[in-house]
Design a protein. Structure first.
Length: 115
């Protein structure tokens, strides 16, 4: 009888699921390595941005990076107003969901696509 109880306990212990702590021990080194790699990549990106240095104007003033505007990408106020009148509902929807900058970019894309 005692032998049967002992066998039952051993079988139950072997059939029991592995505790979460033991699973975490196997994941911890991988997650730690991933975190270190992410930090290293972030620091490298920051270093590359800093070594490029700020842009300076001919007068020596630091200027923010400007968006590249080519002659065909320039949009007149009249074109913008006409496009806004055509796409008023969609513009307002995008204004609410993504903000004014997002809505303006979308409207500019519509103008350029219509050329």
């Amino acid at each position: 009888m005692a032998k049967q109880v002992l066998v039952t306990l051993v079988v139950a212990a072997l059939a029991a699921p592995v505790p979460a702590a033991a699973q975490m021990d196997t994941l911890t080194p991988h997650l730690e390595n991933q975190r270190n790699a992410n930090i290293r990549n972030h620091q490298q990106r920051l270093h590359e941005q800093r070594t490029k240095g700020p842009r300076t104007s001919p007068q020596g003033r630091v200027t923010p990076p400007q968006r590249q505007t080519t002659p065909h990408a320039r949009i007149t106020p009249a074109q913008r107003q006409a496009a806004w009148s055509r796409h008023k509902a969609e513009y307002r929807r995008r204004l609410l969901s993504g903000g004014p900058a997002s809505a303006d970019r979308w409207l500019d894309q519509q103008i350029l696509a219509g050329r």
